[in-house]
Design a protein around this ligand. Structure first.
Ligand code: ADP
Ligand code: MG
Length: 423
């Protein structure tokens, strides 16, 4: 069996690692992959958003299943392109990927499906947007409609900041076309959690809950990043809440998408705000989350490829996914300076020692091989992951693994999963 994975971060290494454990022992190809995927797959020198080359490779090599990691190729229509050639793709078509690619579309679907979410208004005119600010309290949330690499959401503490954000997006076009429209949104208070579901167009299977850590420093301080770590399960998502999330959030969206003639297939990721007065959806992503995936996939037992194929075929059942009754934590080790400027090409040592520890696996995010050595090649460098009987054990193991690894300027949070213990 031939598996083609599009992407080259920690998420894609985790996906490659997980499918490599399946009983069919697949041949795995990654475009472009990283130094980690190179140890279990064949890396291809094709960028994840180079649809022409991706299609070309797939046409010549006929993978049995393509798994799309990042949102950009999904929103550009890689699934449609490959499916038109008779290939099987795990990931939504372009029209369904708008759930992530357009926050305005996502809101429209949520409203139509009766899914709880923050109140919001849509604008393309800066004057009208500014005039509407008084109908929102403070802080207020300003969101660029389109994909902005995780930078398109501004939480304004004052009206002046909100005006500045509106002008930056709608007048100065800091996000280009992605900021042609904005949502002004009510600020929600609560604790965030991520729920990922596998979806086959009609049915959904909920994966274990998780929580991401977006800010760069401990105690959620400093600027936002792509994610500095994650853990699963997230106790804020209680056993009582999980079925409600399926019936009140995931299934209504799946039904609404089907009704509109663009059935949703792939991973549907709901970013949730959980507060005393209920759960509200902050956003949908249309792919595996990064770094949540690095923590979640080690908890899936048995084979995973049949579940992914069932999503493509529309035959997904609950028993396609077996979840281990354990916990897992991933700690991101980042380059000095990240999320600001950082250098690349720094030698990394200790990965093998960390990997050798009990229930530990080091997923590479931004790495490459240079002269036989593994060197840094991105802001987020490694997702150091450990499983344990409970979160406490998983955290201990993950940080023990982190302590084995070094590269110049490395930094990481030391409080991943702390919120789970401070409840
Ligand atoms: N309505 C809101 N109230 C409070 N915080 C919000 C709200 N919307 C977004 N946020 C915060 O901003 C972050 C990013 O917003 P999100 O909608 O997930 O967009 P993206 O991930 O595309 O940047 C969220 O994880 C959350 O911390
Ligand atoms: Mg988000």
């Amino acid at each position: 069996m031939k598996i083609f994975i599009i992407g080259g971060g920690g998420r894609e290494h985790a996906i490659a690692w997980r499918v490599s454990k399946d009983s069919c022992a697949p041949d795995i190809y990654c475009a472009p992959g990283n130094a980690g995927t190179a140890t279990i797959a064949t890396n291809l020198a094709i960028a994840a958003d180079d649809l022409v080359q991706l299609r070309e490779w797939a046409l010549c090599n006929k993978p049995d299943l393509t798994i799309v990691g990042p949102e950009v190729p999904l929103c550009l229509g890689i699934t449609d392109l490959l499916e038109a050639e008779g290939l099987r793709v795990f990931g939504p078509c372009c029209a369904a990927a708008r759930l992530e690619g357009s926050k305005a579309f996502s809101k429209e679907i949520m409203l139509a499906a009766g899914v709880p979410t923050a109140k919001s208004l849509l604008f393309n005119d800066p004057g009208r947007a500014i005039a509407a600010l008084d109908s929102f309290g403070l802080p207020v949330v300003i969101k660029a409609d389109g994909l902005a690499a995780g930078k398109g959401v501004i939480i304004a503490a004052t009206k002046a900041e909100a005006v500045e954000a509106i002008q930056a997006i709608l007048v100065d076009s800091i996000f280009g076309e992605a900021g042609a429209e904005i949502l002004i949104e009510e600020f929600l208070v609560g604790e965030e959690a991520s729920i990922l579901a596998l979806v086959d167009g009609e049915h959904a299977v909920i994966l274990p809950s998780s929580q991401d850590h977006k800010r760069v420093y401990n105690n959620d301080e400093g600027p936002n990043t792509g994610g500095m770590g994650a853990y699963t399960p997230a106790p804020v998502v209680t056993d009582a809440l999980l079925p409600l999330i399926k019936t009140q959030i995931i299934m209504p969206v799946v039904c609404e998408m089907k009704k509109r003639g663009c059935p949703y297939k792939g991973v549907l990721y709901a970013g949730l705000m959980i507060s005393a007065d209920g759960i509200k959806v902050l956003e949908f992503n249309t792919r595996f989350g990064d770094p949540e995936t690095e923590a979640i996939l080690p908890r899936i037992a048995g084979d995973i490829i049949p579940a992914l194929e069932a999503c493509v075929d529309g035959t997904l059942r609950d028993d396609h996914i077996i979840v281990r009754d354990n916990a897992a934590v991933t700690v991101v080790m980042a380059s000095g300076g990240y999320p600001g400027r950082y250098s690349k090409g720094l030698r990394i040592t200790g990965i093998e020692d960390a990997d050798a520890l009990d229930e530990c696996v080091v997923f590479h995010a931004g790495t490459r091989v240079e002269g036989g050595a593994v060197v840094t090649d991105g802001g987020r460098v490694l997702s150091v992951t450990a499983s344990g009987e409970d979160l406490k054990q998983a955290v201990e193991r993950a940080y023990q693994a982190v302590s084995k690894i070094s590269f110049e300027g490395a930094h990481y949070r030391t409080d991943i999963a702390a919120r789970a213990f401070n409840r």
